[in-house]
Design a protein around this ligand. Structure first.
Ligand SMILES: Nc1ncnc2c1ncn2[C@@H]1O[C@H](COP(=O)(O)OP(=O)(O)OP(=O)(O)O)[C@@H](O)[C@H]1O
Length: 313
């Protein structure tokens, strides 16, 4: 079976003006596709541009350059009206369910709002039924539709966020660190729910995270981001077994191994400039120092489906 790309990202750049004649290259020339029905994990440390990439792919930010195609349509060329219709297909789940749910809205208001915006609510009875169906779908009690966000636990709030995203029947969802703010014991439940929903509804995910261990379980392929660029992209198993880029190797060496014996003897790779402070040291005027050679970050296929940025390929 040939699986085509639902999302096609080409030459995507998002720069921010951060002072007089200074730009911060938050996303710098991304090129990749996301296949229909797959989960592409996107990992990298805080500040490497993952959220900016996600928001630009959904056109919540206008790009500095490049294109994003959804099913072959360049979304940046759409009129506001057509873009609004396109947003039904492309939704986002946010990191912090506390911050992304309006505390003065009931769950019914929160999910209903998404239906109303896209004219999908129907009659009062249909709207109520749909909200109840969505709550049931994400494992919440439909009788709790009249409750407020503060009456739910963190994991339940994230389920509300998921129900809101699903309300408009999207095909593609960007999950922006959806479990980072949750207790470890709850994280796996939310990941399992996302996986189940993907199978049931045929969803395609871009799953953003800084935690490599969780990404491995949910992703078919994983992309590693470093300072606004993609430095490596491969099938999950392949990336974890054979990381090629030194930055990927460093990220993987930082994952704790459950076996204390193995963990104690593990070689930890240290960043070349780790002593000098954070790798994304931003000197305040928008310039960043890189520990790796990023001059030519073109991706080269080193083995089938495994891409690494030059000059490390
Ligand atoms: N609206 C903005 N204006 C100016 N700079 C921004 C803006 N949004 C993000 N940035 C900068 O762009 C860079 C990338 O940020 P981004 O939030 O995309 O990274 P991230 O990898 O998602 O990090 P985190 O995991 O902390 O969310 C950072 O240096 C950040 O300070």
């Amino acid at each position: 079976m040939i699986v085509s790309n639902l999302i096609e990202v080409e030459g995507l750049k998002k720069y921010f003006n951060v002072g007089k004649n200074r730009v911060l290259k938050a996303v710098d020339n991304l090129n990749f596709g996301i296949r229909e029905g797959e989960t592409l994990g996107m990992v990298g440390e805080s500040g490497c541009g993952k959220s900016t990439a996600g928001r630009t792919i959904l056109r919540l930010y206008e790009p500095t350059a490049g294109s994003v195609k959804f099913n072959g349509t360049d979304i940046y060329k759409l009129s506001p009206g057509k873009m609004k219709a396109m947003r039904r297909d492309m939704q986002m789940i946010f990191q912090d369910p506390y911050a992304s749910l309006n505390p003065r809205f009931t769950v019914s208001d929160i999910i209903g709002e998404a239906l109303d915006i896209h004219g999908m609510a129907g009659s009062r009875a249909e709207r109520k039924k749909r909200i109840e169906e969505l709550l049931d779908l994400v494992g919440l009690n439909p009788d709790h539709a009249t409750r407020y966000p503060h009456e739910f636990s963190g994991g339940q709030r994230q389920r509300i966020g998921i129900a809101r995203a699903l309300a408009v029947n999207p095909k593609f969802i960007i999950c922006d660190e959806p479990i980072s703010a949750l207790d470890v014991s709850i994280q796996a439940q939310v990941v399992n729910l996302l996986k189940e929903l993907q199978e049931r509804l045929g969803l395609t995910y871009l799953f953003i995270a800084h935690d490599l261990s969780m990404v491995k379980h949910i992703s078919d392929r994983v992309a590693v981001m470093y300072m606004g660029r993609m430095v490596e992209l491969a099938e999950s198993e392949e990336l974890y077994a054979n990381p090629v880029h030194p930055y990927t190797q460093m990220l993987l060496s930082a994952i704790p191994i459950p076996d204390p014996e193995v963990e104690a003897n593990k070689k930890r790779i240290v960043m070349p400039n780790e002593q000098a402070g954070p790798i994304h040291s931003n000197n305040g005027d928008g310039d960043k120092k890189s520990a790796f050679n990023l001059e030519d970050s073109e991706l080269v296929e080193v083995s089938k489906g495994h891409f690494v940025a030059k000059p490390y390929a």
